[in-house]
Design a protein around this ligand. Structure first.
Ligand code: SF4
Length: 282
């Protein structure tokens, strides 16, 4: 059976500025169906399944990790799919991790993470919640099965009240979809400890899914990404001028609000202590 805890970015992408960390996904696949999802190279991705023998394997593998190891949960699926409320796999994984002196970065789009604040507040943990828009009709089109943005903002607030450091992932910024409203999201979440942002990267399948929901963007995205953009690894990026323009709006608002911020896989400099907010998991 494959290992559960694996090095993050073993390919060492030139765009990645993350510190050394491990990746742990309690589930394979994800039910949130975000149209921009970057993990759809995994077969039958939009259908979450619990990892087999997760807790037994995790217990064994945790013994081999050094005390200060940083685990990121999860990078290629959400650790809180709807079935987690009943299965409590992620919760039990947290219990096991809390017995060791690890550092933990939780990344989710679900307010269900609040249930586990009792464990998380006693760990060296920080929680990232993704909010791309406050507009529920846009969220429904772009992240159809994820909890509503208002619930995610409330989750960030509740975790913060429990003294858990929180991160807003304003990620991705999508031209013509949410780029005009990044200020509103940042203003609403100005209490967070860190912001991570990035621009939309496209592959053929995400281009099809997005433009099915937003047909008016079909030609615009073709031009911006496939004709004038840059190919990095297997993904299409906007060109650097456009990326810098979009992210400078995030930077300006964060500067005004006095919130630390960074960019994910953009090749654009930032001053925060880490891109992913792992400096908060201390
Ligand atoms: S929550 Fe993350 S992993 Fe799940 S579908 Fe959305 S982008 Fe993909």
């Amino acid at each position: 059976m494959n290992r559960l805890i694996t090095p993050f970015d073993p390919w060492k992408s030139g765009m990645c500025t993350c510190p050394p960390k491990y990746s742990l996904n309690p589930y394979t696949g994800c039910d949130h169906r975000c149209r921009y999802c970057y993990s759809t190279y995994i077969p039958e991705f939009f259908h979450a399944r619990p990892k087999k023998l997760l807790l037994t394997r995790l217990e064994r593998e945790l013994k081999n990790l050094s005390a200060n190891a940083l685990i990121s949960m999860s990078n290629s699926s959400d650790p809180y799919p709807p079935m987690e409320r009943e299965l409590e796999l992620t919760r039990n994984a947290l219990r096991l991790m809390s017995e060791r002196d690890l550092r933990l970065l939780v990344i989710t789009k679900s307010d269900a993470v609040v249930r586990d604040a009792d464990i998380l507040k006693n760990m060296r943990a920080t929680i990232s919640v993704t909010v791309t828009t406050l507009d529920e009709s846009i969220a429904e089109k772009i992240e159809p099965l994820a909890p509503e943005p208002g619930k995610r903002i409330r989750a960030l607030k509740e975790l913060k009240k429990s003294d858990i450091p929180v991160i807003l992932r304003l990620d991705p910024v999508m031209p013509g979809i949410n780029d005009e409203s990044v200020e509103d999201v940042l203003e609403k979440a100005k209490f967070v400890d860190h912001v991570v942002s990035s621009t939309l990267k496209l592959r053929g399948d995400s281009y099809s899914r997005i433009t099915k929901a937003f047909p008016e963007l079909r030609e615009r995205y073709r031009e911006m990404y496939f004709r004038r953009g840059e190919k990095v690894g297997g993904s299409w990026y906007l060109n650097r001028v456009l990326r810098t323009g979009l992210l400078s709006r995030v930077a300006e608002v964060c500067e005004d609000l006095g919130v630390s911020y960074a960019f994910c896989r953009e090749g654009i400099p930032f001053r925060a202590k880490s891109c992913d907010g792992s400096h908060l998991a201390v």
